[in-house]
Design a protein around this ligand. Structure first.
Ligand SMILES: Cc1cc2nc3c(=O)[nH]c(=O)nc-3n(C[C@H](O)[C@H](O)[C@H](O)COP(=O)(O)OP(=O)(O)OC[C@H]3O[C@@H](n4cnc5c(N)ncnc54)[C@H](O)[C@@H]3O)c2cc1C
Length: 429
């Protein structure tokens, strides 16, 4: 049996592991799925992940769970069985088991807090007996017909895992800020201080970024006593995410995506995903007269008295300098973070496959139907970069069931006899 290793035990890893578990139970072929996780299952939805304090709410409905949209196309004649079996791991099954299903319905099906979403993911992991290696992936090397991945545990002890296929998830580091300055916080520092009720006293605060990360940070800041809160983004305004059936259906079912031009696809993503705040976040910000939007890219960070001065650049205008007491870098993840893990040979293979230096746009253009980089002998699944080529729902929670179908139905390229595991920690199984 082939082994698929997933870096990060978040929703995508759980979606793929659950579908593989269901396929095995139904006697259908699927690879063995192993996840390597640096903190805990669902770690990026907990304060330790650095992206949230766990107390903010999911922007999307939790019914977009690990099996959504329950429309498997994996196996002709067996799809209804697969869908029915996947329902055992749904958000509603979780609530039924917790005894809170009726209450959730009666309260109007609220979106859960991030830490509750992590609990759901942990429940799924237990139910499918997820094979988990606790450790941080430090390097990825090309290894014959697959990948050799090395992770270190909390004591720095390495584990090497040789696998056939590799999937990368997550947004990268939360601890990086655009400048090293005591008044400029990374998103991880921000949540750490906010969680400890220890944010520096400040009257003028800026949040850089216009997406989910910035939205959650603003949702928190408006609960504090700042005098003004500026949101800085290069866009002309902060858009509200389009949430009608027409937009959502493109996320749930990407079947129409291939028929759109690249410009139309970029337009959909601009209006619905990048640089947009959820309706709920907008509703909490709009009545607050302290919140303003400043357009521009931050090109310079400098000391200004006890605070910090940011230089904002816009194409058609002269640079503007604004002073703040506190700045939060909420620009979000680094889409290519995983390339730092790749050794030279592995990086060369990717470069060859994408036809040049692996830039974001080259990799995005190379993602095939199975959400892997086209042209690589060993599968490298990059769902976070699959929006443009395959559908806007693949990087997020919008169609995890479709994501797992696509990844698990890839044909094995060169079957190996089995995964080789070395080091101090071995996954079960
Ligand atoms: C504040 C916030 C709110 C969001 N809300 C929504 C929402 O409501 N709806 C939506 O669709 N999307 C939302 N998103 C986007 C969200 O990140 C993705 O939808 C989803 O979490 C991605 O799932 P994932 O499995 O790729 O990664 P993640 O859930 O980010 O999981 C990645 C995992 O990888 C682990 N990890 C990282 N580096 C390593 C390493 N080197 N080795 C081992 N493990 C590692 C992390 O600990 C983490 O557990 C939100 C993002 C943020 C920041």
């Amino acid at each position: 049996m082939e082994t698929l290793l997933v870096v990060g035990a978040g929703p995508k890893a759980l979606a793929v592991a659950t579908k593989a578990h269901v396929l095995h139970e139904l006697g259908l072929p699927a690879p063995r799925v192993v996840a390597v996780e640096a903190s805990a299952v669902g770690g990026n939805w907990l304060p330790t992940g650095g992206w949230t304090d766990g107390q903010h709410r999911l922007g999307t409905s939790p019914e977009k769970d690990v099996g959504f949209p329950y429309h498997s196309t994996w196996a002709r004649g067996r799809n209804q069985e697969i869908n029915a079996a996947m329902m055992a791991y749904s958000w509603t099954s979780f609530l039924v088991e917790q005894g809170t299903y009726a209450e959730w319905i009666d309260r109007g099906r609220p979106n859960p807090h991030h830490h509750v979403w992590a609990k759901y993911l942990q429940w799924v992991a237990r139910r499918v007996d997820l094979e988990l290696i606790t450790g941080t992936v430090r390097s990825v090397a090309a290894a014959g017909a697959g990948w050799s991945v090395t992770a270190t545990d909390a004591d720095g002890i390495p584990t090497r895992v040789d696998v056939d296929r590799l999937m990368i998830t997550g947004p990268g580091q939360a601890g990086k800020a655009l400048a090293e300055h005591p008044r400029v916080l990374s998103i991880a520092e921000f949540w750490d201080l906010a969680g400890r009720r220890d944010l520096p006293v400040s009257s003028r605060v800026a949040v850089i970024g216009g997406g989910e990360t910035a939205g959650s940070a603003l949702d928190e800041l408006v609960r504090h006593g700042m005098l003004s809160i500026s949101v800085i983004s290069p866009m002309a305004t902060i858009y509200t995410r389009g949430e009608s059936y027409f937009e959502n259906s493109l996320f749930s079912d990407p079947i129409k995506w291939a028929a759109l031009t690249i410009e139309e696809r970029r337009d959909v993503i601009r209006r619905t995903d990048r640089g947009v705040f959820s309706v709920r976040v907008q509703e909490s910000l709009l009545p607050d007269s302290r919140v303003h939007h400043l357009q521009g890219r931050v090109v310079r960070v400098a000391d200004q008295g006890d605070g910090v001065a940011l230089t904002l650049r816009n194409e058609m205008r002269a640079d503007q300098v604004h002073a703040f007491d506190l700045v939060v870098d909420a620009t979000g993840g680094q889409p290519l973070w995983f390339l730092d893990l790749f050794d030279q040979d592995a990086a060369d293979l990717v470069e060859l496959a994408v036809g040049g230096r692996p830039t974001q746009s080259r990799i995005e253009a190379s993602i095939g139907y199975d959400l892997a980089v086209t042209g690589l002998d060993s599968k490298l699944y990059l769902p976070n970069l699959a929006a443009i080529a395959q559908g806007p729902g693949f990087p997020n929670l919008s169609c995890l069931g479709e994501l797992s179908d696509r990844i698990l139905r890839s044909e094995p390229v060169r079957p190996r006899s089995g995964a080789y595991l070395a080091g101090a920690v071995r996954p079960r199984g």
